[in-house]
Design a binder for this molecule. Sequence first.
Ligand code: AMP
Length: 226
Amino acid sequence: MATRGPRLVILGKQGAGKGTQCVRLSRHYLIPHISSGDMFRVELKSGSEAGERLNKFMRAGELIPDDVVIEVMAHRLGQDGTRDKGFILDGFPRTTTQAEALFDHLDTAELDMAIDLQVPTDVVLHRLASRRVCQDCGQNYGLGKIPKHDGICDRCGGEVIQREDDTTEAISRRLNLYEQQTEPLIAWYLTRDKLVTVDGLNEPDVITKRLVRAIDRRLEWGQVRE
Ligand code: AMP
């Protein structure tokens, strides 16, 4: 039976629904969802000196320097038998330098695929402007989903806020950076025969089914499980 789950990278613009889908995929395949943004937000919240240094990049919607990101992610990938279990990486890699570092760390063959979750820019802009998030558990709210009690998370009772980097200026900076720095990764993975493209426009349940179908097909899942 299963020896390991898939090793995945998910790419897509901010607001494409990566976070929501990664949580679902993580449950479906029983693999850890490793979100670089969540890890940095935890560091920031801890009030540590390292968190303070990240603050200025994150507030402005700028990328944290590659060397810092690579060190943190290499450490995380080395924990708890992550490589053996499989994983889903969300928000990392975001630059070609980070993608190369990941390949050096894992070996090319160890990554099963990079999924490009495609959603048009006007749709993500609309979603990001209305996005709210629980500052305790990270649950996302937005267009079709609002907390039952205003400003209070349904899941944990934490405060539901607008992310500091979901301001108009920071959003447009982050989308520009995505275009300049992260979109080239799509071609980068394509030339390494790792790219799978999934249309991210529809209800979350439909997208999850599309993703699972695409992943299973690509892995020829039955064989990987033997
Ligand atoms: P996210 O939640 O993925 O949108 O990430 C929030 C912020 O964390 C980004 O705007 C960056 O400032 C920082 N960040 C997260 N992941 C990375 C990464 N791989 N490289 C550089 N900065 C990152």
